[in-house]
Design a protein around this ligand. Sequence first.
Ligand code: 5GP
Length: 193
Amino acid sequence: MSTDRGRLIVVSGPSGVGKSTVVAALHERHPFFFSVSVTTRRRRPGEVDGVDYRFVTPETFDRLRSSGRLLEWTEYAGHQYGTPKDPVLEQLASGNDVLLDIEVNGAAQVKAAFPEAITVFVAPPSMEALEERLRGRGDTDPEQIDRRLEIAAWQLSNARDTFDHVVVNRRVEDTVAQILRILAAPPTRADSS
Ligand code: 5GP
């Protein structure tokens, strides 16, 4: 990999683990281009179209996917999510690091296509802590929460085999510090927690 290309950083982890907070705090300490995904799910209160996601219809999503404009995509808890390809490739070519906040299927697709990508799984301290956070957030209906918890249990059991790094999110500052250490280290496969 030539050194003037940016690095592709993939941050994954279960819904409710606090990934968005970690990513926002990381952004203050490390410059990167945040890839804005397209999704067919509905906008939550406080989310901004074009900033948090591009909210699209299933028809638009299908069109983007079938015309090869997504780097990866998945269905998650009944909705489609995908990473627009062009902005990511352009930013990497310009030498900027790019961060994808995506779920585990997408992370696996990215790692297969870009083996040099740095993949980080953000894990909750426990399933109980995750459930508490998901229910406390109050923006997801109970049926969706149950689905997300089921998916999370499966993700956690697989994460150490499929990700370069696993970081347990106890305190945001510590999690960010760990990710910064990962980014500062030469590219090797190592888990930390
Ligand atoms: P949420 O609906 O809570 O915003 O996101 C649900 C899950 O979808 C999260 O784990 C998030 O990281 C993931 N996600 C968001 N965008 C994408 C994407 O473009 N591709 C994939 N594979 N997952 C995504």
